[in-house]
Design a protein around this ligand. Structure first.
Ligand code: SAH
Length: 218
């Protein structure tokens, strides 16, 4: 169910953008996309009043919709330009994918939980967001549509997934939180076929990137 984007929500969203600026998010394209796309469309109904607070919130399947700051930070690191082909690992609520789509890119997103995949697919259709969705293990990427200009991983990987690097264009950028309980945000630039330039951008806490779909044991 979509709750209309009233002036109340628009006002809360404007305040959220001001908070993000105070936290040193300065990329106007990212801020504009987050100002345009209502976050409350992606938050469970019972938590909708909290949609514009800068916090992660629980969604189905014991997962979370990322904190607005995290979405803004990862998207800034991704250096998105219009018409880029972007792969997201971890669809979750669909909010991050919707922000990327609002930046006029072509978005492909993979989710391992069938329910989240189905819900996001349905929500994208309702919102008329043309985003390609897939149910599966993001470690494998999406070979049919590779190579990608950008890859964004929104769950915590233990190590940088090699198959994703293989599906990144030369000059492409991948943002991937890497580590066990707490992760380090990594920006990986594929400088040529055999070389990566990896920089780290602080610590973060994501739900783990698991290797099977939900049919098998977690
Ligand atoms: N980008 C999401 C964040 C969701 S949390 C949003 O904007 O709401 C991370 C998501 O990654 C969860 O939904 C989790 O189920 C999913 N995930 C974890 N491991 C995965 C894997 N191997 N492949 C695809 N998705 C995975």
């Amino acid at each position: 169910m979509i709750i209309a984007d009233t002036t109340l929500y628009q006002g809360m969203r404007a305040k959220m953008i001001e908070q993000l600026r105070k936290k040193e998010i300065f990329d106007e394209n990212v801020l504009q996309a987050m100002k345009t796309m209502p976050r409350h469309y992606f938050v469970p109904f019972s938590l909708i009043a909290h949609s514009y607070q800068d916090q992660a919130l629980p969604i189905a399947c014991q997962q979370t919709i990322s904190q607005p700051y995290t979405v803004a930070f990862q998207t800034t690191l991704l250096s998105v330009k219009p018409d880029m082909k972007i792969l997201e690992i971890g669809t979750g609520s669909g909010y991050q994918a919707a922000i990327l789509k609002t930046m006029n890119t072509t978005v492909y997103t993979i989710e391992r939980h069938r329910q989240l995949y189905e819900d996001a697919k349905h929500l994208f259709a309702t919102l008329k967001l043309n985003i390609a969705t897939k149910h599966g293990d993001g470690h494998a990427g999406w070979t049919e549509f590779a190579p990608f200009d950008r890859i964004i991983v929104t769950c915590g990987a233990t190590t940088i997934p090699e198959k994703l690097i293989a599906q990144l264009k030369i000059g492409g950028i991948m943002i991937c939180p890497t580590g066990d309980k707490c992760q380090e945000m990594k920006k990986i630039v594929k400088t040529d076929e055999n070389n990566l330039n990896i920089t780290t951008h602080g610590y973060c806490a994501f739900v783990p990137m698991l290797s099977q779909t939900e049919y098998q044991s977690q």
